[in-house]
Design a protein around this ligand. Structure first.
Ligand SMILES: Nc1nc2c(ncn2[C@@H]2O[C@H](COP(=O)(O)OP(=O)(O)OP(=O)(O)O)[C@@H](O)[C@H]2O)c(=O)[nH]1
Ligand SMILES: [Zn+2]
Length: 365
């Protein structure tokens, strides 16, 4: 009995990264010190090698997570060990630690990777809440987070059946909030747009669905799964002997191809580590800012600010600028909270300011 790993997203470029004498497997779930993985010869629960444990004690980012591709080594006693994780091409990181920053982290779970190798990030926002329409600010925030992960965001305006008139106008508004991002209306209830969503998963791509509670994320995943009990998908393909049917509950293979990662961490994903992401989602403001008189213009009350001028002329909705300011502040706050390097920089800045104050005698009563 074998699994076709290409259906799980295995590619030639990943194969080139595989260490000698190891077998590839995809992590479907992690537990303390162990992971559920799917290899060509079936599903296994594997412990971490000393090397992986050492690396992750030093930097929690090195801990295996759902979506990772792992290298398994066969031990003398006949069981596998998770010996290494292959380089991630995308990652959702909790704690605002940039993908390039390593070390200097507190060991309190900050900097933990929530999901790896996610190709497509669906941002689900209901066309209508109880009393309100789609929340553009939340879309901006989640799209920024999606960019930050390295995946490709796609905005889904869900429950489109609740909308009788004005859906096109709403979609147009959403497009201004997410420049360069595909935006689609979906109704899982009616099946509208579901095939379009599925087309993003062609080539065995991996997706996550982000969005507020009640956005219809589970309903959409179920619609994609065609009403099948998702956990049993791969098990049925095998001989089923001695396998847990719950193994796949965090990495869900869809019958039409492609995978969805759904974990509690991804469900709670908030505003983690996004600075590059904010710049990308506000590329229109970035473009306008090139014409500001000052290179470091804060678009606040600086003279010669092209962004403020665009708001004045109506070219840029004021809501966009307010949203940008809010996300900038939050992203900066997140970064200082978690990125040790930045924190040190901030401390140095304050040291210099305090020194200046002492010198000028300004802190005397
Ligand atoms: N009218 C309509 N209702 C929908 C649609 N999709 C989902 N719903 C309903 O919206 C409610 C919430 O859907 P869920 O799929 O549970 O939402 P969720 O985003 O997974 O929510 P959490 O699990 O809380 O994160 C349910 O009552 C669904 O039946 C849709 O396309 N149209
Ligand atoms: Zn400006």
């Amino acid at each position: 009995m074998t699994y076709d790993l290409s259906l799980l997203g295995w590619t030639g470029s990943l194969a080139a990264e595989l260490p000698a004498d190891t077998l590839p497997a995809r992590v479907s779930r992690v537990d303390r010190g162990a992971a559920d993985v799917i290899a060509a010869d079936g599903q296994h629960q594997v412990k971490y090698s000393a090397r992986v444990r050492r690396a992750s004690a030093e930097d929690p980012v090195a801990l295996p997570c759902v979506g990772d591709w792992a290298a398994l080594r066969l031990l003398d006693e006949g069981r596998y060990e998770l010996d290494a994780i292959l380089p991630r091409h995308t990652s959702f990181v909790r704690g605002g630690v940039s993908r390039t920053s390593r070390g200097g982290l507190s060991n309190d779970g900050q900097g933990q990777v929530l999901a790896a190798n996610v190709d497509v990030v669906f941002v689900a926002e209901p066309s209508m809440h109880a009393t309100d329409f789609a929340d553009l600010a939340r879309i901006e925030r989640l799209v920024a987070l999606a960019w930050e992960s390295g995946g490709t965001p796609v905005v889904l305006i869900t429950k489109s059946d609740l909308f009788e008139n004005g859906l096109d106008e709403l979609l147009a508004d959403v497009r201004t909030a997410a420049p360069g991002v595909d935006v689609h209306a979906v109704s899982s209830l009616l099946g509208d747009g579901v095939e379009l969503v599925r087309s993003y998963l062609e080539g065995s791509r991996t997706a996550v669905v982000l969005g507020p509670s009640g956005a219809g994320k589970s309903t959409l995943v179920n619609a994609l799964a065609g009403g099948e009990v998702m956990e049993t998908q791969l098990v049925r393909a095998g001989d089923g002997r001695g396998r847990h049917t719950t193994v796949h509950r965090e990495l869900i293979p869809l019958p039409g191809g492609g995978l969805v990662i759904d974990t509690p961490g991804i469900r709670r994903v908030g505003l983690f580590g996004m600075t590059d992401g904010v710049d990308l989602v506000f590329s229109d403001i970035d473009d306008l800012a090139k014409a500001c008189r000052f290179g470091d213009c804060g678009h606040d009350e600086e003279p010669g600010c092209a962004v403020l001028a665009a708001v004045e002329s109506g070219e840029l909705p004021e809501r966009r600028l307010l949203s940008w300011r809010k996300l900038q502040r939050e992203a900066a706050w997140m970064a200082t909270r978690t990125d040790a390097r930045l924190r040190k920089e901030q401390q140095n800045k304050w040291k210099i300011i305090h020194k200046e104050m002492r010198r000028s005698g300004r802190n005397r009563p």
